[in-house]
Design a protein around this ligand. Structure first.
Ligand code: ZN
Length: 127
C-alpha cells in the first residue's frame, strides 16, 4: 500500500510530503559526508516528493563531481533530504527526519568510500 508521509528539519522551516510503500528498503552509506550524520537514505522518485517551503530556505553544498546536491536548512542546519548522485531522478530522504516513518524491511550497505564501483553494483529500483 502507498501512503503519504511527512518529513521536516529540526526547526520546521523545511517540511515536505512524499508517497511511499509502507515497508521500505534503506541505504546506509559509509562515505565522508554520510557517515558523520549516520544518514539513512530512503530513495523516493522526484514525482512522489513535494517540498512545502520555498527552496530559498535551503543551503546547497556540492563537492567532488558536484552532481549530488546536499541541502541543509538555512536556519537549523539539518539535512532532511537531498538530491543524490546515485539516483538522478530521485531524492534521498533522511529516514530519521520522517515524522511518521514507514516500516523498515532491510538496510543495505552502500560502499560510498568506493563510490564508482558501489553505484555500478546498486539495484536501480529498491523500493
Ligand atoms: Zn531547520
Amino acid at each position: 500500500m502507498i501512503r503519504k508521509y511527512k518529513g521536516q528539519c529540526h526547526c520546521k522551516k523545511v517540511t515536505f510530503d512524499f508517497f511511499s510503500k509502507e515497508i521500505v528498503t534503506l541505504l546506509e552509506c559509509n562515505c565522508s559526508i554520510c557517515l558523520p550524520y549516520r544518514y539513512l537514505h530512503l530513495i523516493i522518485e522526484n514525482t512522489k516528493f513535494h517540498l512545502n517551503n520555498d527552496s530559498d530556505q535551503l543551503i546547497s553544498y556540492k563537492f567532488r563531481t558536484k552532481v549530488a546536491d546536499h541541502l541543509f536548512c538555512k536556519n537549523c542546519g539539518v539535512k532532511s533530504f537531498y538530491k543524490p548522485a546515485s539516483h538522478p531522478n530521485s531524492v534521498s530522504i533522511n529516514y530519521n527526519s520522517i515524522v511518521n516513518p514507514p516500516k523498515i524491511k532491510e538496510i543495505l550497505s552502500f560502499d560510498g568510500k568506493n563510490w564508482d564501483q558501489a553505484v555500478k553494483d546498486l539495484k536501480s529500483d529498491i523500493n
